[in-house]
Ligand binder design. Structure first.
Ligand SMILES: NC(=O)c1ccc[n+]([C@@H]2O[C@H](COP(=O)([O-])OP(=O)(O)OC[C@H]3O[C@@H](n4cnc5c(N)ncnc54)[C@H](OP(=O)(O)O)[C@@H]3O)[C@@H](O)[C@H]2O)c1
Length: 301
């Protein structure tokens, strides 16, 4: 089996390298051609178009930004659908809306191919380590067929149900992610303004029932005031928009998530959209006139 990766961004690139290491990578394609150069140097062919990629391989794995990007790479004039045949399987790992997932699955089905809905939880580090949580959904036969592919990029690979259920699970997880992150940022700014040190607050959180790995990762980033994007503010905002739309559609009341979406949108509007999601703290810090950083750094500045 050969796999083609379409979308060599922050996530698609390490996923493609893991597929290469597993001996499965047959081709790559990216809108911005230069991102394929390291793969070409390693002997992996780069296809000019999405359709060309699909023609070269048995499985196309799509890792692009959003609904519009998925539509472009799938249905566009040189899209994947123009290159698939009966045996082909399309895996979508991008986080998109439930509607876009259903539309993509129908289009792939109409083209005579098969579709697997497999968004991932985890960021760049787990993508590099091959330890993403893969939220795989689709027909059992299709999931069985692509098992080696999913195992090469993730651990665990969780079977969530039928097509659409992977995306539903991803939105469920990111609803909590957004609210947890925003709550963490607000707690730190509140505590700092009350005179609590960053080190003390991290220590208390580590020993409290509210401890979560996310607080460690983002605490380490804040310790260095390093806002290099892993999962950027604008992608979190995209997901909060998807969640809000899906909730409205289903008649679910999400007051907390609506507030988080406003806060994350505010951080984006303030110019932090391309920074890591923990940059949501910057807007809170600006209003409170305080910086959440280790004592030593504060002493130096
Ligand atoms: N970053 C994370 O921590 C993380 C974690 C889990 C899930 N995700 C999800 O995974 C997906 C990818 O995230 P990422 O962080 O890898 O994003 P990224 O670094 O911004 O990469 C986005 C990729 O999509 C391509 N793309 C965007 N619009 C396109 C279009 N209209 N036509 C063709 N290609 C297009 C980009 O091509 P160019 O290079 O030409 O711009 C790039 O290859 C998103 O849905 C995101 O929500 C991200």
């Amino acid at each position: 089996m050969t796999v083609g990766v379409l979308g060599l961004g922050a996530m698609g690139t390490p996923m493609a390298w893991n597929l290469h290491d597993a001996g499965l990578l047959g081709a790559v394609h990216n809108r911005t051609r230069s991102k394929t150069d390291p793969f070409v140097a390693a002997g992996v062919p780069a296809s000019e178009t999405s359709a060309g990629l699909a023609r070269r391989v048995d499985v196309s794995l799509l890792m692009v930004t959003d609904d519009d990007a998925l539509t472009d790479v799938l249905d566009g004039p040189d899209g994947v659908l123009h290159g698939v045949d009966d045996g082909h399987i399309v895996i979508n790992a991008s986080t998109v809306s439930i509607e876009a997932t259903k539309r993509a699955a129908s289009a792939v089905d109409a083209a005579g191919s098969r579709f697997v809905d497999a968004p991932v939880s985890g960021t760049v580090g787990p993508a590099e380590a091959g330890t993403l949580t893969v939220l795989a959904a689709g027909a059992d036969d299709d999931l069985n067929a692509v098992e080696p592919v999913l195992n090469a990029v993730g651990d665990p690979v969780v079977r969530c149900g039928a097509v659409g259920d992977g995306t539903r699970t991803k939105l469920f997880v990111n609803l909590l992610l957004g609210n947890l992150l925003q709550g963490y940022a607000e707690a730190l700014v509140f505590g700092r303004k009350q005179g609590l040190s960053f080190e003390f607050m991290q220590d208390i959180l580590e020993r409290s029932p509210m401890h979560a790995d996310l607080l460690d990762y983002k605490g380490s980033a804040l310790e260095d005031r390093d806002f290099t994007k892993q999962f950027p503010v604008d992608l979190l905002l995209k997901d909060l928009n998807l969640i809000t739309e899906a909730a409205q559609e289903a008649g679910v009341y999400l007051p907390q998530t609506a507030a988080t979406r406003e806060a994350v949108g505010g951080a984006s509007a303030q110019g932090h959209g391309d920074e890591d999601m923990i940059a949501v703290i910057k807007l809170l810090e600006a209003v409170a006139d305080v910086t959440v950083e280790p004592e030593a750094s504060a002493d130096e500045s």
